[in-house]
Ligand binder design. Structure first.
Ligand code: BGC
Length: 668
């Protein structure tokens, strides 16, 4: 155990900022340095630890992005993802992975949505918790980020996120609350101010809420450059400023000498940094590699297989016969496997053309690549286009692999449509061939309005990491039955989303939609969407029946129901359990996701699924009581295969003791 008392005040102040971009101070070799490295789509580690950014990153397994992990709706996959990345960390010497991010996907324009799980706090928090448990099971620490309310990249360092208290608690803090139960080593504070106070200086959210209410026991580190005044940040309990800041020592020392920051306040942060070093050291025995490099790649493939979402299929998929044309840059070795910025992983894996993989699947179909050339500015374009059109015409079906090319840190998307030339490719292909299948590579929702009705199938690949093409090939030919579901709503257009194209006025952005984010918003306004939250097709078919809700205590219930696989293939089905407060003294969403389960059900077999609900499934945050509150009365348990496809419903009554309740005159 490192002893705070053995450090001089100068040593303590020195420890409060990083030694360089990625390591904590050693104080002339007195302390073990903690080496942090980026995630979450795999390990991103600089070749030289003193390097802040640059291209010389060490190679690692590129895993599916968190947006795709969420689309698996499988906590075992999130755990496996965490374990696999941790193996790379152990191999390369990273003590802490700077992941996962649990910011809510409030707008599909956010350039970093691919790094986040969902528009729903329960799904985001639950998947993050398993991811953290996976990473930390290998003695590698995590950094839960970006705390708090960093929901777009535009103006991320300056613009206040202005949010009411109930919305913060129910939507933006909730995923942190759930994930913190996995005891992450660190939490990373975000760049933006929250209600006028920078996250790094926000004592209310860092101390009163994060540590005292949510029970976070670890160390708070700043996002890279998110500290604007070192002494104010430490007073607010940002423990460690990253990366190294040449001015930090003098700023804190002079504030200390003037009594602007007290010894106790410095000690609080220093002791949290020492605790972090202790924890890293004591977990060393767990740091053993379990998966070979090949097995890590296979894990990436297996996870991607579960995260691919089949959005439309009139029966054309799976494809196992005919002469099939494959086009689009995403079908080539240049496939984009993740988003850009600090989450970009440099993978040593060499991608094969998708056609090579498809032709190896041993089906009666023959796949060939068609170069389209659109977007390449040279004389051959027209020639290529003509040739491509003729090829599409002469093929039995056409698979188009496309992306929006837009998703990266530091910049939001301008549009959620595919690039004009890509839409043109799809519309041209349908002119020449009636059997077009579109595979979309993206990290957030895409407006498909101009072409979706004209194509026969749509596969949302997501950003699948280095195994994406193997996974897609297996899904397209039917060796893998698709089982992913959307972790965010796909709206008809950006104008249909709560925030439309509004990005704030530079000073602040008011979260005026309140708790009505994602499906909560579309439910409230009964808005039609392209694909609802939780939606995904299968090659199999399922029937739900026999719901039963058993009361275990005042607010604890066991929900059980049967799912029958009515098809001839074994397949996995995600079932979603929503709760609706039928009558309430406050506004509540039409329904909220409170449990989910993914189950493999053999062909023609039935499975009983059981999930539990507890106090948090029925509670809302009451700003007058300053706590979570459950109102007595009728609730409905809704079991669905998507947010808009509720299969079973059961009413229950909650009747907590009278002294826990406020008067509900008018509701009785
Ligand atoms: C990002 C963080 C990342 C850090 C270190 C920041 O710009 O917001 O997510 O962990 O850089 O690369």
């Amino acid at each position: 155990m490192y002893d705070l008392k053995k450090l001089s005040i100068d040593e303590k102040i020195t420890l409060l900022t990083g030694a360089d971009s990625w390591r904590t101070e050693s104080l002339n070799s007195k302390l073990r340095q903690v080496f942090v490295s980026d995630g979450p789509s795999g390990l991103r580690m600089m070749g030289d630890p003193s390097q802040e950014y640059g291209n010389t990153t060490k190679t690692a397994t590129a895993m599916p992005t968190l947006s795709m992990i969420a689309n698996t709706w499988n906590t075992d996959m999130a755990f496996l993802d965490g374990e696999t990345i941790a193996d790379d960390c152990v191999e390369k010497g990273a003590d802490i992975l700077l992941a996962p991010g649990v910011n809510i996907k409030r707008t599909p324009l956010n350039g970093r949505n691919f790094e986040y799980f969902s528009e729903d706090p329960f799904l985001a928090g639950t998947m993050a918790k398993s991811f953290i448990q996976g990473v930390q099971s290998k003695g590698v620490g995590t950094s839960l980020k970006h705390y708090l309310a960093n929901n777009r990249e535009y103006n991320r360092c300056w613009q206040t996120s202005e949010i009411d208290e109930r919305t913060i608690r129910e939507i933006y803090l909730k995923p942190f609350e759930i994930a913190i139960s996995a005891n992450p080593y660190t939490v990373m504070c975000s760049y933006n101010p929250i209600n006028g106070v920078y996250a790094s200086e926000n004592k209310y959210f860092l101390k009163d809420v994060l540590r005292d209410d949510l029970g976070f026991k670890g160390t708070v580190i700043s996002d890279w450059g998110a500290v604007y005044s070192p002494y104010k940040a430490h007073k607010a309990t940002t423990d460690l400023q990253m990366p190294h800041d040449d001015n930090a020592f003098n700023d804190i020392k002079s504030a200390y000498e003037k009594g602007l920051i007290l010894q106790d306040e410095i000690d609080f942060c220093v002791s949290n940094i020492l605790k972090l070093i202790d924890r890293v050291e004591s977990e060393q025995p767990k740091r053993k590699i379990s998966y070979s490099v090949e097995k890590r790649h296979q894990n990436a493939v297996d996870i991607a297989k579960e995260g691919i979402v089949l959005l439309k299929n009139d029966g054309i998929l799976p494809l196992n016969k005919g002469n099939i044309a494959v086009s689009g840059e995403m079908a080539t070795e240049n496939v984009i496997t993740g988003g850009g910025g600090s989450a970009k992983v440099s993978s040593a894996f060499k991608q094969l053309p998708l056609t090579d993989l498809l032709n190896k699947e041993n089906t009666n179909a023959k796949f060939h690549y068609v170069k389209d050339g659109r977007g390449i500015n040279d004389d051959f374009v027209a020639w290529n286009l003509k040739k491509a059109s003729m090829d599409f015409y002469n093929s039995d079906a056409v698979i188009l692999c496309v992306t929006d090319y837009e998703e990266k840190e530091g910049k939001d998307r301008y549009s959620i449509k595919l690039p004009v030339l890509t839409e043109e490719l799809i519309l041209d292909a349908v002119k020449y061939n009636p059997n077009v299948i579109v595979c979309v590579y993206a990290g957030s929702s895409v407006d498909m309005s101009s072409w979706i009705d004209k194509v026969r199938a749509v596969v949302f690949v997501g950003f699948g990491g280095e195994g994406c093409q193997e996974a897609l090939s297996s899904v397209l030919v039917g060796k893998t039955c698709p089982s992913g579901k959307l972790s965010e709503t796909f709206p008809l257009s950006i104008q249909d989303t709560p925030t439309k194209t509004f990005r704030g006025n530079g000073f602040y952005e008011t979260y005026s939609e309140g708790i009505f984010v994602g499906y909560r918003y579309y439910d409230l306004y009964k808005k039609e969407v392209l694909f609802p939250f939780g939606f995904g097709l299968s090659y199999a078919s399922f029937e739900y029946s026999n719901v039963n809700v058993k009361k275990l205590s005042d607010t604890d219930f066991e929900v059980s129901f049967d799912i029958e696989n009515t098809s001839d293939i074994d397949a996995k089905e995600v079932s979603e359990i929503y709760v609706k407060d039928v009558f309430s003294m406050v506004s509540r969403p039409e329904k909220e996701l409170k449990a989910f389960s993914k189950n493999l059900i053999k062909a023609r077999q039935k499975k009983t699924v059981k999930v539990n609900l507890d106090f948090s499934s029925f509670a809302y945050y009451n700003v007058s009581l300053k706590r979570w509150h459950v109102e007595n009365g009728t609730f409905e348990i809704l079991i669905g295969s998507s947010a808009n496809d509720i299969k079973l419903k059961q009413k229950i009554e909650i009747s907590l003791p009278d002294d826990t309740q406020q008067s509900q005159k008018g509701l009785e």
